[in-house]
Ligand binder design. Structure first.
Ligand code: COA
Length: 425
């Protein structure tokens, strides 16, 4: 591929170019500062490739999402969450015996350290479950202090993280409603175990409804990875300083919490409730979202990468109809969501900016149908995303180009000035 040419102050510089397997082109600027004394300026990193990655491919203009080469439409609804997690982490689908063993290991390693369980008693009753999840995952390296730094045992760390994230999520819910903790079973799938740990009581056998198990599997797979998004980039940033996998991933959970990222699913539901309580006047809120003097945005709309339908939202829209029908649920918030989408997609403001529903727009309605409380929605996103964060952590550690991540800046503060003695000592 030919080099890129840059002319700066009359001098010409050549910068190498390369492309990925899907022909995305990149200018390699690693020597730019040494050669020219200048750096690039790209707040939000919209034009910056921070790594080469073989995990997930997105074409935002065409609405394409593939994990390890497989289109999301072919995976979601076709395999169990744990099989997709194996694919994500190890780069290939498991054989049947590998799958059964992996599923069993995820369950056997899903028991939270007995002393760590006491933590649930000490969080404020008002604590957000994402806060509890981030703290609990971070504290895992304190419960396995010696081996957390031992990367030869990485498979065990991976199984613990994927196994325990759902236990912590379910326990924080059980604690908040004052119900006893329920433990997972090896004869249940990952999703079935999570639903059982959330909703079973010790008093009777809980049969996990298939429709709920399948819907949860699909939701978790849709959330599994999305290349260099904010939380994944955070995991990579922390990992680049050689922090252990628990510390790196807990940072990702905190990044995911924000309402512009994973927190959007909770924000969407709250927005839909507000609109419903306000008589379902969707046009009023579409107009509000366009106003520059108002910070309100249509939550669940727009995306940094997709300038077309988010393929996950397409899958979800169909799934929401199917699952609610099968469960015999009529959710008035779904009616509000559909009319909001219809009005926004016809609006010039949204058309010009290519703003479409994203993954968070319909996922909340599905979570609601499964009985998941609104403040747990982002926690569910984190459970789904865990294998993705792990895959990026592993890929980064194996990358020969790995350097500690350390962006530059353009300083715009005071020029040097001298201190005059004052009585501040
Ligand atoms: N509602 C109203 N306007 C929106 C919008 C929304 N949801 N999302 C973007 N816009 C507008 C911006 O105000 C901006 O308008 P302008 O060009 O007149 O200034 C334009 O669309 C481009 O948006 P920008 O902020 O540059 O996009 P971004 O790539 O920085 O941000 C998101 C992407 C996802 C953070 C943003 O679309 C958003 O905040 N969406 C709502 C939150 C959400 O659903 N997040 C989940 C993402 S999976």
């Amino acid at each position: 591929m030919e080099n890129a040419k840059l002319i700066l102050s009359g001098k010409e510089y050549e910068l190498p170019m390369f492309s990925g397997t899907e022909d995305e082109r990149a200018i390699d600027i690693r020597k730019l500062r040494d050669m020219t004394g200048a750096i690039t300026y790209d707040p939000g990193y919209g034009n910056t490739g921070s790594c080469r990655s073989a995990i997930t491919f997105i074409d935002g203009d065409k609405g394409i999402l593939r994990y390890r080469g497989y289109p999301i439409e072919e995976l979601a609804g076709s395999i169990r969450y744990s099989a997709a997690a194996y694919l994500m982490v190890y780069g290939r689908l498991p054989t049947e015996p590998e799958f059964l063993d992996w599923r069993k290991q995820l369950t056997l390693n899903s028991f939270v350290h007995a002393s760590q369980v006491n933590f649930f008693d000490n969080f404020s009753a008002l604590a957000h479950p994402m806060n509890i999840l981030g703290s609990m995952i971070s504290s895992m390296s304190a419960f396995y202090p010696h081996d957390a730094e031992d990367e030869s045992d990485i498979d065990l760390h991976i199984q613990r993280l994927i196994g325990q994230v759902k236990t912590i999520a379910a326990f924080s819910y059980r604690k908040s409603v004052g119900l006893p903790y329920i433990y997972p079973r090896t004869d249940h799938s990952y999703a079935a175990n999570f639903l059982r740990m959330m909703f079973a009581t010790p008093a009777e056998e809980y049969v996990v409804p298939k429709v709920m198990e399948n819907a949860l599997d699909m939701l978790l797979i849709l959330h599994m990875d999305h290349e260099q998004n904010c939380s994944t980039s955070t995991v990579r940033m922390v990992a680049s300083s050689m922090s252990n996998i628990y510390a790196s991933v807990s940072a990702g959970i905190n990044a995911l919490w924000g309402r512009l990222h994973g927190g959007a699913n909770e924000a969407v539901l709250n927005m839909l409730k507000t609109i419903a309580d306000d008589g379902g006047n969707v046009a009023k809120y579409v107009d509000l979202a366009k106003r520059k003097d108002n910070p309100f945005k249509l939550m669940g709309f727009g995306h940094r990468v997709y300038k077309n339908f988010d393929p996950r939202s397409k899958i979800l829209k169909t799934a929401v109809d199917d699952v609610l029908n099968e469960m015999g649920i009529h959710d008035p918030l779904l009616d509000v969501a559909k009319s909001l989408e219809e009005v926004a997609l016809k609006d010039d403001f949204f058309i010009a900016r290519k703003l479409y529903p994203n993954v968070d727009f319909y996922s909340g309605i599905l979570y609601r149908a499964l009985g998941i409380p609104t403040e747990m929605f982002t926690v569910l996103f984190a459970i789904g995303r865990m294998p993705g964060w792990i895959a990026h952590w592993l890929e980064m550690r194996a990358d020969p180009d790995l350097r500690i991540q350390r962006p530059r800046q353009i300083y715009i503060g005071e020029k040097m000035r001298h201190f005059e003695q004052m009585n501040l000592y």
